[in-house]
Design a protein around this ligand. Structure first.
Ligand SMILES: [Zn+2]
Length: 634
């Protein structure tokens, strides 16, 4: 008879003690069952089916020295199941506190109900470790799964509370390109989540995503900082190892059925039936040096999708369907090629493209055809940018000047220089001068009170304070609200006004109009002196997609560190034009202004400022004053 100790020792040796060298792929091949509900190929998991996943998963093995895995990939590659395998391995083999982050709480809920539920219930060794969700005090809830040795917390990147959980050795970040850039004002959700693991020297972090827009893509930024591994597969003809690229996929006469891969070395056509063999013989190779040697990065397009999943023929068919439609093509590039998309605005109308259409009209002179001049003023901590634009019928637009004044916005000197730019006479082509009719100035920075004071004291010159609202479907300019200002040490209640400005709406209008190729309504002219930096700033922002409650919304983003004041100034100058629309008959406003061009300067008859509260009450003023008398009003 053996005693208890012997039995214990025996069973310990037989496998109760976890094998320290077991990898994620080995564990998956031994234990993982694919559910018939969630998988097209139910039954035991086989890493051989998707050989490229082996190394990616194994970098997440407990014994592997890698701390962070970056996986940028297209669709139909098994990425989701690979992550499920990591979760299963972690629970069964290397338990510890873990955090699994989805783009939103809603998506985390879906993950919990669908993916994790079938992962746990259909893989027996996991079902043993986690109590069914039904039982009371089971430690198994929607957002947390308890198991011996740890707990898995699920949350959304849109919840700062969820990301501030206890320290976690395992951090899984899924579809990071759909994460918001900032969560509840506490910063980058990825950084918040990764910080949870910082106290663990043997931490395991994995970031995966289909990429989105160039320069805005988290997963691409992370991949570019990694060792940038590519999956090299041998040509069945010449044995040359290469990674599969879209440009080498060829087909004849527009017929996707003829699709084959052209070897980059011998030029021979490789029909798709060779793919299984190529994948089996494939290997990951680093193509760069990682900034942190404990970080590894993998990129994979759907060209690697195993036989029976997504074929090269289907991929070519999808390309042919989407090639003439930008949104469809973007989806193709992101989800099939697993690459970032360069926004059309960025690609075709980037700084270089716009500079090419600059014209030779003199800067700081109002060209023929324009009749209204507006200005947009952007206030930074050490400078003020001023953009002056002229407008004609159909809102044809001319850049008149864009410049910066350096100085302290808290002092008066800087504002005097701004006066010199926005309150002066501008020569009009063909003779005469005109003034800037409306000047929108941003109050959203650190000098709100200075801006209010400046705008209030120059109200009669058409200066107004504004505040950008990057919310979709807002009008270019809305009704003003009263705000307090401190003036000479006293707080004056309701003594200034601030106008809400729909910055997203205006940016969308601007970028739409930058695509116009023919001068006329909506066209924007740039003079040749504008310079590269101006165009760079004007095109500094792109639209990106983020998810709110699982719904995609688009928003404007600039690259970190890039300057965008030229764009902001344009937005405010456009808001200023709309500010005039609130006061004049929109149908005839350009005619009205053009009649007076070259005659009496708008402000020349002004001797004393009008009483503060008497001007710029949009609704009442329109009725009270005949629009033709505006010349004397300002
Ligand atoms: Zn070859």
């Amino acid at each position: 008879m053996r005693d208890g100790g012997q039995i214990y020792r025996q069973s310990f040796l037989e496998g109760l003690r976890p094998d320290p060298d077991l990898t994620v792929s080995q564990w998956s091949d031994m234990y993982r069952m694919l559910s018939s509900k969630a998988s097209a190929e139910p039954g035991p998991w086989r890493t051989d089916r998707t050989p490229y996943l082996r190394e990616i998963m194994d970098c997440m093995s407990a014994n592997n020295t890698t701390q962070k895995v970056v996986f940028m990939a297209g669709a139909q590659l098994g990425k989701t199941e690979a992550i499920n395998n990591v979760v299963g391995y972690m629970i069964a083999h290397a338990p510890g506190p873990a955090l699994f982050v989805q783009p939103t709480i809603e998506m985390a809920k879906r993950l919990s109900k669908q993916r994790l539920e079938s992962l746990i219930t259909e893989t027996p060794c996991l079902a043993d470790k986690i109590a069914p969700a039904r039982s009371r005090d089971s430690g198994n809830t929607m957002f947390s799964k308890e198991y011996p040795g740890g707990i898995l917390l699920l949350t959304g990147a849109n919840s700062a509370t969820g990301l501030r959980s206890a320290p976690c050795r395992w951090v899984l970040l899924d579809e990071v390109d759909a994460f918001p850039s900032d969560v509840d004002g506490e910063g980058d959700p990825c950084a918040l989540a990764e910080r949870r693991a910082s106290t663990f020297s043997r931490r395991k972090i994995i970031l995966t995503s289909t990429p989105t827009v160039k320069d805005m893509s988290r997963i691409e930024t992370e991949y570019l900082a990694s060792d940038q591994r590519r999956f090299f597969v041998p040509c069945p003809h010449c044995d040359h190892k290469q990674w599969l690229q879209w440009k080498n996929l060829q087909w004849r006469d527009g017929d996707p059925k003829t699709t084959a891969y052209v070897c980059e070395s011998c030029g021979a056509h490789i029909p798709e039936h060779f793919k299984s063999e190529m994948l089996r013989k494939g290997e990951w190779r680093a193509t760069a040096t990682s900034e942190d040697p404990r970080t590894v990065g993998f990129h994979l397009s759907s060209l690697y999708s195993p036989l029976g999943w997504k074929s090269w023929e289907e991929i070519v068919m999808e390309f042919l369907r989407s090639k003439n439609d930008a949104p469809l093509l973007k989806t193709f590039v992101n989800t099939i090629l697993g690459e970032t998309w360069e926004e059309e605005v960025g690609a075709k109308l980037g700084a270089d493209g716009l500079a090419e259409r600059a014209e030779f009209y003199p800067a700081s002179e109002i060209p023929r055809g324009a009749s209204i001049v507006t200005a947009g003023v952007d206030v930074q901590d050490n400078r003020v940018a001023v953009g002056i634009y002229a407008w004609g019928g159909g809102e044809e637009c001319w850049l008149i000047s864009h410049g910066e004044v350096y100085g302290d916005p808290a002092g008066s000197k800087l504002w005097e220089q701004v006066d010199d730019l926005v309150l002066r006479d501008y020569p009009v082509e063909g003779g005469g001068t005109t003034r800037v009719s409306a000047i929108g100035i941003d109050s959203g920075g650190h000098y709100t009170s200075e801006v209010y004071t400046y705008a209030r004291s120059r109200r009669n010159d058409g200066v107004f304070a504004l505040k950008g609202q990057s919310v979709r479907n807002k009008p270019p300019i809305g009704k003003p609200s009263k705000v307090d200002i401190s003036y000479k040490g006293k707080v004056l209640k309701n003594s200034a006004e601030v106008y809400p400005v729909g910055t997203d709406t205006i940016k969308a209008t601007l970028f739409g109009r930058l695509k116009h190729n023919e001068p006329g309504a909506g066209y924007i002219h740039f003079h040749a002196e504008a310079g590269q930096e101006y165009f760079k700033q004007l095109t500094a922002e792109r639209q990106v997609v983020r998810y709110v409650k699982g719904f995609a919304i688009r928003e404007w983003k600039k690259k970190a560190g890039d300057r965008n004041e030229a764009l902001d100034c344009f937005v405010y100058a456009f808001a200023a034009l709309n500010f005039l629309y609130m006061r004049f008959n929109r149908a005839t406003i350009f005619e009205q202004f053009s009649r007076k061009l070259g005659s009496v300067p708008v402000n020349s008859q002004k001797t004393e400022p009008a009483p503060v509260e008497s001007v710029y009450r949009p609704q009442r003023q329109r009725k009270a004053r005949p629009t033709s008398s505006f010349v004397t009003n300002w």
